[in-house]
Design a protein around this ligand. Sequence first.
Ligand code: ADP
Ligand code: MG
Length: 758
Amino acid sequence: LDPSVKSEACVLGQKRKKSTPKEAAVRKCLILEQKCSLPIFSAREKLIHQVNQNNTLIVIGETGSGKTTQLPQFLYAGGFCKAGKIIGITQPRRVAAVSVASRVAEEMDVEVGKEVGFSIRFEDATSSITRIKYMTDGMLLREALLDPLLKKYSVVIVDEAHERTIHTDVLFGLLKGIQARRSNSIEGKFREENGAEWKKTKRGDVTEDSKRNGNDQKAAWPHNQKANMFETSIEKEKDHHANGFLMEKSLSPLKIVIMSATLDAQGFSDYFGGAKVVYIQGRQFPVEIYYTYMPEADYLDAALITTLQVHIEEDPGDVLVFLTGQEEIESMERLLHDRISCFPEGTAKIMVVPIFAALPSDQQMKVFKAAPVGTRKVILATNIAETSVTIPGIRYVIDPGLVKARMYNPRTGVEALAIVPISKAQALQRSGRAGREGPGKCFRLYTEEAFHKLDDVTVPEIRRCNLSSVVLQLKALGIDDVLGFDFMDKPSRMAIVKSLEHLYTLGALTDEGKLSNPVGVQMARLPLEPLFAKAMLMSVSFKCSEEMLAAVAMLSVESIFFTPQDKLKEVNLAKLRFSSSEGDHITYVNVLCAYMGELKKIGEPQDKKAKKSLQNWCNIHFINGRSLKRALDIHRQIQGYIQGIGLELLSCGEDYSSFRRCLAASFFLNAACKQPDGTFRALASGQIVSIHPSSVMFGKKPDCIIFNELVHTNKHYIRNVTRIDPLWLPELAPRFYCTKDIQTNFLPDSQGQKPLQD
Ligand code: ADP
Ligand code: MG
């Protein structure tokens, strides 16, 4: 357990302890009352029975019916944690995993990290006594690397299945395979090494059932090294028992529960071999929907005005505003505070609470706190509040109809973050949030005509994003035939082939398409995108692994600086202290170093005064304290992994050119050259891009750069940019660039200048 995690988990636990015994008793009663009034409560026995009867069960129920918080508790009480087994519940988002674990721990009157825990990337709050474990879907995939049969788990609940994140989709295939293999083991096909029940099976007596399952297992699991290892050990063991009986240890079957908030159960049921579907009767009050007459030019401005209007004109009730990301949420938070401070005295107060994926866990719980009487709570959320977390008290929903999504073009190999329209199904979910406890209102910041033009349902992520990370994980799981993997929705062949090519280019795959050792194996162990994992590995030979570690940690968080629009000059001045003329990566390293230095000065553990002084330091430098705190957590965690795989941490000191060379060697696919008009042309895709105003390179005109992020708004913007020497490209990525091509790209223009160099 990471010490920082322990302390956070403890914070969650301690918060409850502060209340007096009387307050605690009242709260307990309230929680019990809430639990009993949830729609799922009356289905308790039926659900336990159905999970007992069916190896796979699909549970459909409206958001707020109690699926996520209650079903694991039912199964816990129903005996599914016997013999130390765990009930795992996967969530697409980290915030949901943390907040739900904390809620369930409170309901069960235990501390987070004890019987109820959570595990998300860079944070683990579980212990040997954890029996109900909430985790991100990505984390369960990683666990399968170490425990291919997920032996610890009696039940895996895939929650929010309708979201169809790429990890959820891969989990579907994986769990199906594991379930088949574990069932086979019961028939005596596999044996286990450690502590479970043993059963007697007549030697060589393979039932018809297990033969059939054996075939199924082959279909679901392409040739697998791990499976071979099991079979070899069975053979050996057989020789040891000459009494006609073979002692075999059986694995309990894996129960799979798929939970979804939308009604399209058929697809899930078909995929899981006609699995049984149960419906939880929901409770939904009417929600009045309002559209705009005309399309809104600036949805943020529209959202701000609508929020204020609701506050002034509407009856009491909390407001939920859907925004697309941390930056938008934080700037809206500031704008709301500014506007409200100008309101005449006597106007009711507003309590603004943000919730987004990267919010540190100790701050996430604030959304669930009721506002003081007479104050209206305004929740600014990403689409996490669509179905993942149910926040009580909401009567008004403001929906700009947009979401930030990853978009991938397999033809060009370019992946970008883009703000795109939601689907009709999402719009319905969003408006539904206003009608959970009584009639509500939803203000859609688009026209009714625009609503009718929306797609009916969201395209699964696996059909629209870069598959490199997933393919690397499948390979690490021993699934070599990725094209033949049992996907619920198969990604395009081109997308798979492209990701195989990409991994091969990074050196993660051998000529035969197998995971390379050590590069591929090490890359799969680092909890980073393959490109960043490779950069981390390379940085050791460039003797700048400390700098790369800092850069990767900082690139894993959003919005390091905050930029109030009325203080642009001050922000730029403050940034100067850290900014490097070479680019954003070195700037980030400088910021993290300065932050760590400040922490050292203050000294840990931090008291209130120290926290305030740190916050002050962040404010003076326009640094986002939330983001830096998270970056530091990530830094600590990756450092642990790096040391775990035996890599050295080396600093390049003041010699940043080796760090920049390492960036060029790592991110050469994202190199771009300057165009005469000041824009840049990405060398690999040919796409024309511009440096984002938030970059320290904005307004500068380096000849050649690498970048880490492409954002589509009104333009194609690149962020996280560093200047490189174009001639490094053929030197460091000779398989991709040749000197001649680079010289042509950087040839003298019509005025006959010499080729450009660093
Ligand atoms: P579902 O998964 O069906 O959408 P949940 O189990 O998430 O439903 O929510 C059930 C109830 O628990 C809701 O009424 C919600 O308000 C409440 N709840 C969930 N998490 C928390 C929390 N962290 N704090 C307070 N209430 C919560
Ligand atoms: Mg839920």
